[in-house]
Design a protein around this ligand. Structure first.
Ligand SMILES: *Cc1c(COP(=O)(O)O)cnc(C)c1O
Length: 753
């Protein structure tokens, strides 16, 4: 593709490129990409994949698209010749706020890989006007504000398609926006298709608050992803949102299949629907409804058609995250869908008997996952351990009924974004050492041959330094905090949740603070970086953020400790922040309570960028440990088997651990009088009491071993050569976690595109 930015600048703005400012150049480049993508044909094939997800955490798109079109270097040098820096231009793009965490980011990596492999498959979701929320820190606490990304975005293209969605008692009209999804070095594309509500009303949302009228369904459906569901109105709104999403999706799927020649009796030959967790699971009854009510199909035939075309990915075993909606709510949102679900429940009971463990409707509640397993053809977990737990315990009765439906698909990450875009220094070292094939094959194992090559190790070290400079610059600009040049960078970035155990790292920080106070000065300064949002209704998670921000402030104000220990919490952690901080990390913290993290994907991003992992044997950490081998990872903590046993027997008593003097000292630090005086005493007291008496995710169980392991990691970091070898092995073994591998497996075993 040939481009001439100078000519374009003259044509569009009547001015030389040199005179344009960065935001103007950014818009110009976005337009250029969009125009180019607009004329690319879609990936073609009889059977098309529809990947349904409540979230798509796609990140900024400019860099990625320039790279995928193969014009990144050309654009960069043309800009440089006119005195501009592409890096600074990229910073002008606002990040779309269409997702929340790992599940949404997975969907985004998958779209990239599906397009890169040239498979016909679109994402379908909703166009969230204000995202999850924009996180701010005010008085050392999280404040949630609407994320106004939509006002400043430049990628959505309005499609002519629109549908009517019938709710109980009223209907709404939808509209559709597309974002083109380009693959790496491809001339064909896919799309991310985002439905919106035609009658949506942004003015329901006040400027600095995420409170709005949850009952104004005709105006609010696409305002926020995951609105507060701690009250009935919030829960009902979520059901409305989900039905709105899948009704549009199902209508679109049937339309497109007919356009491509389906008579609908053969619908599964034309469409496979993948549901990312259960939020889109009502697509099952909705497809049945359309076939029966709009196309006069016999109910049984409609059921058997749909059974052959929907596949489901389970993302969690946390009971509170497995969706159950009151049948009454479904009856309000769509009486017809509720009726169909009742029929599906009856059919299932007729066939398999009235076993409450596998019932779709139980005690007046609809179990969405159960519906998806009975009436889909495939269910998969997202890491080997997770799938095994599903099969052996959480979903065991289903596994006995339908062993052939179960499979594992270990998550992956796209190498385009998570190394090529975000870590140019490391990418070019890899090009020089093992050649450029890895950019398409994602095979980095050739690097293993250089494990003992000092010059290669030195170059990896230099690349890490460059990434650290860029990260330090980012933190300085965004938060006005200076990170020492020689600091060890220790990172835990992910949603704030008790099972992920940010509170355990906070206890380590307290331990280290006291240790330094006692005169044990570490050889290098240590910078511990957190980032992540907490659900506004999740009180303990908010308390954990407060504790982290307190420790950050407290330690920064201590003249003895602050030169050696620093705590930073990134505000509004998102993909753009991840792209800066992950390449710079030395230590990757993956310390969830074993059995609770389904897979994790940031663990894979860190590994690929040469961080060494400190982890429990949970999720995909188990597979990382197998790949890199003993000396190249640090594992600790109670095993998932033992954890499951403790829960089953009710055998974990936090207070017994709290009473150990070494642990009590750390937990009680949270409520020491001067600390309480500085912060929000209510939050600190509540967190303290929860940890000392409940500690549902067993941070106190693993804290001693965690401290020991972390001290070992810090000691080992000082042996540069041996550390760099570990780093090299981690990079070399990361190829298995390319989402291209994951998508090939989905296609081979499930989609058959
Ligand atoms: C990868 C990613 C996640 C997922 O992180 P986990 O540690 O796997 O939970 C969340 N948020 C962002 C912005 C990410 O890039």
């Amino acid at each position: 593709m040939k481009i001439d930015l100078e000519a374009r600048s003259q044509e569009k703005f009547g001015r030389p490129l040199a005179e344009l400012d960065n935001p103007t150049i950014c818009t110009m480049l976005e337009d250029l990409v969009r125009e180019h993508a607009a004329v690319m044909p879609l990936n073609d094939g009889k059977r098309r994949l529809y990947y349904l997800s409540a979230e798509f955490l796609i990140g900024r798109l400019l860099t990625n698209n320039l790279l995928e079109l193969g014009i990144y270097d050309d654009v960069k040098s043309q800009l440089a010749a006119a005195g501009h820096d592409l890096g600074a231009v990229e910073e002008c793009e606002v990040e779309p706020s269409l997702g929340n965490g790992g599940l949404g980011r997975l969907a985004a990596c998958f779209l990239d890989s599906i397009a890169t492999l040239g498979l016909p498959g679109d994402g379908i979701g909703l166009n969230w006007h204000y995202g999850l929320f924009h996180q701010k820190f005010i008085d050392l606490q999280q404040a949630a504000e609407p994320d106004t990304w939509l006002d400043r975005q430049d990628w959505l293209v309005k499609d002519e398609k629109f549908y009517t969605v019938q709710f109980g008692g009223f209907s709404v009209k939808s509209c559709l926006y597309d974002i083109d999804v380009l693959g790496y070095q491809r001339t064909t594309k896919n799309r991310l298709r985002l439905f919106d509500l035609e009658s949506v009303d942004d003015s329901l949302v006040p400027p600095n608050s995420i409170d709005f009228d949850k009952t104004a369904i005709k105006k609010n459906l696409t305002l926020f992803l995951y609105p507060d569901d701690s009250d009935d109105a919030g829960r009902l709104l979520r059901v409305y949102q989900e039905y709105f999403m899948v009704s549009n999706a199902a209508q679109l799927i049937i339309d497109e299949a007919q356009e491509r020649g389906s008579n609908l009796h053969d619908l599964p030959d034309y469409a496979v629907v993948h549901i990312n967790d259960t939020h889109p699971s009502m697509v099952i009854p909705e497809l049945i409804r359309l076939l029966v009510d709009e196309h006069s199909f016999d109910f049984d035939e409609a059921v058997s058609i749909v059974k052959n075309m929907v596949a489901y990915t389970n993302h969690t075993i946390l009971a509170e995250a497995l969706e159950k909606w009151p049948l009454k709510s479904l009856q309000t949102v769509s009486p017809r869908i509720a009726e169909i679900i009742e029929k599906l429940d009856e059919l299932e009971k007729k066939e398999y008997g009235d076993n409450p463990d596998v019932a779709i409707i139980r005690d007046g509640a609809v179990h969405m996952a159960h519906m998806a397993i009975h009436y889909g053809f495939s269910i998969n977990g997202v890491a080997a351990l997770h799938t095994k737990i599903l099969e052996d315990t959480e979903l065991h009765p289903f596994y006995e009924m339908y062993p052939e439906k179960f499979s594992n698909k270990t998550n992956g990450i796209t190498f385009r974004r998570w190394i090529m875009d975000c870590n140019p220094a490391l990418s070019s070292v890899l090009d020089d050492v093992i050649g450029t094939d890895w950019r398409t094959t994602c095979d980095l194992t050739g690097l293993m041959a250089y494990k003992d090559d000092d010059s290669v190790l030195q170059r990896l070290d230099d690349a890490k330094d460059k990434a650290k400079i860029s990260m330090r610059d980012f933190i300085w600009k965004n938060q006005g905090v200076h990170i020492p040049e020689d600091a060890i960078i220790d990172v835990q970035v992910k949603r704030i949740h008790e099972y992920k155990r940010q509170q355990m790292l906070a206890l380590y920080i307290i331990w280290k603070y006291l240790d330094i106070k006692n005169g044990n000065i570490p050889p290098h300064p240590i910078t511990i970086i957190f980032g992540g949002k907490a659900a506004p209704a999740y009180t303990i998670a908010q308390d954990i953020i407060h504790l982290i921000l307190m420790l950050s402030r407290w330690i920064a104000a201590d003249p003895v400790v602050s030169p050696h220990l620093q705590v930073i919490m990134i505000e509004n952690y998102n993909v753009s922040a991840a792209e800066r901080v992950i390449p710079a990390a030395d230590i990757s913290e993956q310390i969830s309570l074993a059995s609770k993290e389904a897979s994790g994907t940031s663990n894979m991003k860190f590994m690929l960028n040469g961080a060494v992992t400190l982890c429990t044997l949970d999720g995909a950490n188990v597979e990382i440990a197998d790949l890199v081998g003993d000396g190249n990872i640090y594992t600790f903590g109670t095993s998932s088997k033992e954890v499951e046993h403790l829960y089953a027997e009710n055998a974990y008593h936090a207070h017994d651990y709290y009473e150990k003097p070494g642990i009590k000292l750390l937990v009680d630090f949270i409520t020491n009088p001067s600390f309480m005086a500085l912060g929000n005493a209510g939050r600190l007291q509540r967190l303290h009491d929860d940890m000392a008496n409940k500690d549902w995710f067993m941070a106190l169980l693993d804290i001693e071993e965690y401290i020991q392991k972390k001290e070992l990691v810090l000691r080992d970091f000082e042996d540069r050569e041996s550390w760099l070898k570990k780093s090299l092995v981690n990079i070399a073994q990361a190829g298995d976690f390319s989402s291209d591998r994951t998508i090939r497996q989905y296609n081979k075993d499930i989609w058959h595109l």
